[in-house]
Design a protein around this ligand. Structure first.
Ligand code: F6R
Length: 262
């Protein structure tokens, strides 16, 4: 795992966007794993700008989102399908048929997780998985005690997550209490992981995720098991990391980061 500390949110988002841009240009039919949430809004705006102004082409790209609320149809403004269309898919030249989210209103909710896993497999697996982190330490909606080997399934959301996300609903009480989420095992199967974390309210959970012991109580610690993971953070989120100076040294000196230092 590598941790890269940027001076502020804008610089962190810019770097994440450049890494994704490079991956898309190198592999036009890339399979991207995508996340939602406030952290990703600026990142998607930057990718859309690169599409508009720098000819970043998504016409062959395929995407799989981490999660979706159970009970919300795609046209509901609180659904993650709506979020993705609004923040990214409607603003780039992706083929909507190549964009995938779990179906929160599937007729057979018990079969939906397996169906989603089959779709990912059918596309050859995820090349680059984008992750945020929730205040409960979740990745996707893998709340505490999610098995580190879990696959896509339904999950009951914790009070911490409900408090984090319900303000995003017009009526906070409308926020569903259950969601589909890729499992921790599904996420670890991705060939690369890119985590983006910003803001001081994430400092404590980020330090646990990156430097703490691996535990299903903090699902994000599972990324320590992944051989190709980069975590991009701003100074505020990095505040409680113990090895900051080491991480800075790596980014400033290792040849693989040279093109991204400019
Ligand atoms: C959503 C997801 C979540 C978020 C996390 C952080 O698809 O995967 O794990 O990344 O809840 O959300 P924000 O960015 O709103 O703090």
């Amino acid at each position: 795992m590598e941790v890269i500390i940027r001076k502020d949110k804008k610089a962190a988002v810019d770097l994440a966007a450049r890494i994704i841009e490079k991956a898309v240009r190198e592999t036009p039919d890339i399979v991207l794993g995508l996340a939602t949430g406030r952290t990703m809004e600026d990142l998607y705006a930057e990718l859309a700008r690169k599409h508009r102004e720098e000819e970043l082409d998504f016409s062959l790209a395929r995407t799989f989102n981490l999660d979706e609320y159970i009970g919300l149809p795609p046209e509901h403004p609180g659904s993650y399908r709506y979020y993705m269309n609004y923040h990214l898919f409607n603003n780039i030249n992706i083929d909507q048929r190549n964009t995938h989210l779990p179906n929160g209103v599937a007729e057979d909710l018990n079969a939906e997780g397996g169906r989603y896993e089959d779709e990912i497999e059918h596309c050859g697996g995820i090349d680059l998985q984008l992750l945020g982190i929730g205040r409960s330490g979740h990745i996707g909606f893998n709340e505490p005690l999610s098995s580190l080997m879990s696959r896509t399934r339904q999950k009951a959301l914790t009070p911490v997550t409900i408090a984090q996300n319900s303000p995003l609903f017009d009526k906070p009480e409308d926020m569903p209490k259950r969601a589909f989420t890729m499992g921790v095992g599904t996420i670890l199967d991705a060939r690369r992981i890119l985590m983006l974390v910003t803001g001081k309210e994430k400092a404590a959970i980020l330090a646990k995720a990156v430097e703490g012991p691996i535990t299903s109580m903090v699902s994000a610690t599972a990324i320590q098991l992944h051989p190709n993971t980069v975590v991009i953070v701003d100074e505020e989120a990095a505040e409680m990391l113990q090895e900051k100076e080491y991480y800075r040294w790596i980014f400033e000196n290792e040849p693989e980061w040279e093109e991204f230092r400019k």
